[in-house]
Structures are given as structure tokens and as C-alpha cells.
Ligand binder design. Structure first.
Ligand code: R5P
Length: 269
């Protein structure tokens, strides 16, 4: 693999653990002002030191993130639809030259396997991979799941494997029963989305189960930034992903940081 590609991937998947805590704040690209992300700068700033990478759009990156940050950027480059339209009808919405200008560590695009736009989104993925290869930029494929689509290991496994076969370097998907099979049959690292907000304890359990099943980490959004204490929550998730913490240990850490008077300091890798 090309040096630039390897270098960028190692900025996302931490070499010490081989895992990653990605903070996803790209929801506005089709959802508009999502709860907890109404003013992106306010949400992102306190969480940034605890994220191994930040996944977002170029609009929010340029307007709402300090350019002196050392946190790697995973740029959402697919778009063109909204919650009011047909979500699967996305295309590539950013030129690769702009991703290079923004010094990103990776670009991300959603595929909609089983949707009316399956073919278009899969071919957008291959187009993006070809474009990104010219610059040594890895591609993260997001296996988006429509409201009416199943989230079982057969479907998730199918979507993840297709993304990897087409050349994605990392795949982001949803956790499901039998997730070990999904990871085993996907030849590139798999990270999980958090999905809709659940209790903090449930989100920690989800992270723990995914890591136990072989996931390479999380690309989590709402269960961090909609938490009653986002900074405490991201640290608890880090403990599971990087420090082999159990759910109870991570839960205790969440409680400790939630009650801390002084601002937290990043301690794990
Ligand atoms: C949705 O398509 C976006 O890519 C989000 O980044 C993704 O769903 C992860 O966020 P959450 O943990 O809130 O599901």
C-alpha cells in the first residue's frame, strides 16, 4: 500500500491499539440542524481533544473548527439529498482537490445497498476511490440503512463486504446480532455508528459488544454529543475502545468525569 495511504490510515486507526474513536458530526448534511449540533462549533470544541478523528462536512469544517487542530479530519463527501427527499439518491458532492486543500486524512461516502439507487451509490464509491488514490487518500464507506431495511448480519455483512470488495479502506456500519460474522467476512477494518440516542449505559454496551466482536472502533455521533455530558461520554467510550475497559469500568469512568469539577484531560492513546 502506498506510504501516504498508510500514513493517513494510521492517523485514524491508532497504531498503539489498532483501534479508533471517530467523532461523527456530519448529520446536518441531510438532517439540517440536528439536536446537539445546532451550533457545531460549540459542540465540537470541547470534544475535539478526545477524538481520534472528526467526521464532518467541508462547510462545518471551514466555519466551525479551529484550523490549528491536530485531530485528523474524515471529510463527508457524499450528499445532495435531504430527509425530505429520497435519501439514497446521493452523489459525490466535493471535488478531490478541495479535500486535498483541506488536508484531510480520509474521505467518506454512503452506499445504499438494496435501495433504488444501489448502483449509482456503489459506482460513486468506485469513482471516489479512483480519485482519492491519486492523492493517497483513503476512503471510508458508510453502509447506510433505510428506515425499512433490515439490520441483520446477513444484510450488514453483504453491504460491508461489497464496500471492501469495491476498494473501501475502512467500512462504517451498524452493530447487529452476529457481528463477528460481519467483521470476519470483511477484509478491511469495520467501525460502528452509534445510531439513535439511547441511554449512556446502553451506548457503552453497544461499543463494548462491537469491540468484543472484532470491530476496529466506533464512528459515533448522537450518543456522544446528545449525552447529558458529552466530554465524559467520549472518554468512557475511549476506555472501551482503547483500554479494554468493561462496561462497568467505562460506566464508572463516565460518572467520575461527569462529576469532575475540573475540565478533563485526555489520558488514553
Ligand atoms: C449518518 O449517515 C452519518 O454518517 C453519521 O455520521 C452516522 O450515522 C454516525 O452517527 P451516529 O452515531 O449518530 O449514528
Amino acid at each position: 500500500m502506498d506510504w501516504g495511504l498508510k500514513n493517513r490510515i494510521s492517523r485514524i486507526l491508532q497504531p498503539k491499539t489498532g483501534k479508533t474513536v471517530m467523532l461523527a458530526v456530519d448529520h446536518g448534511y441531510f438532517l439540517g440542524p440536528t439536536t446537539g449540533l445546532e451550533v457545531p462549533r460549540k459542540t465540537i470544541a470541547p470534544l475535539l481533544p478526545f477524538a481520534d478523528s472528526l467526521m464532518l462536512t467541508r462547510g462545518v469544517l471551514r466555519t466551525s473548527v479551529d484550523p490549528t487542530t491536530s485531530t485528523p479530519i474524515v471529510l463527508r463527501v457524499s450528499g445532495g439529498t435531504s430527509i425530505l427527499g429520497t435519501l439514497s439518491n446521493e452523489g459525490i458532492a466535493v471535488a478531490m482537490e478541495d479535500a486535498v486543500r483541506l488536508n484531510v486524512a480520509a474521505v467518506a461516502l454512503s452506499i445504499f445497498v438494496g435501495s433504488p439507487h444501489e448502483k449509482e451509490t456503489l459506482l460513486s464509491l468506485t469513482t471516489l476511490i479512483d480519485q482519492a488514490y491519486n492523492y493517497g487518500i483513503p476512503v471510508l464507506a458508510v453502509t447506510a440503512v433505510g428506515k425499512d431495511m433490515k439490520r441483520d448480519s446477513q444484510y450488514i455483512g453483504l453491504a460491508c463486504r461489497i464496500a471492501a470488495e469495491l476498494g473501501a479502506h475502512i467500512v462504517k456500519t451498524y452493530y447487529c446480532e452476529g457481528f463477528e460474522k460481519v467483521v470476519e467476512s470483511c477484509p478491511v477494518p469495520v467501525v460502528i455508528a452509534g445510531g439513535k440516542k439511547v441511554t449512556e449505559r446502553e451506548a457503552l454496551e453497544l461499543s463494548y459488544n462491537a469491540i468484543q466482536a472484532g470491530a476496529s472502533g466506533v464512528d459515533m455521533g448522537r450518543n456522544i454529543f446528545q449525552s447529558e455530558n458529552p466530554v465524559a461520554m467520549i472518554q468512557a467510550v475511549r476506555a472501551i475502545v482503547h483500554d479494554k475497559a468493561s462496561v462497568s469500568e467505562a460506566w464508572e469512568l463516565f460518572a467520575k468525569h461527569k462529576n469532575a469539577k475540573r475540565p478533563a484531560v485526555k489520558q488514553t492513546v
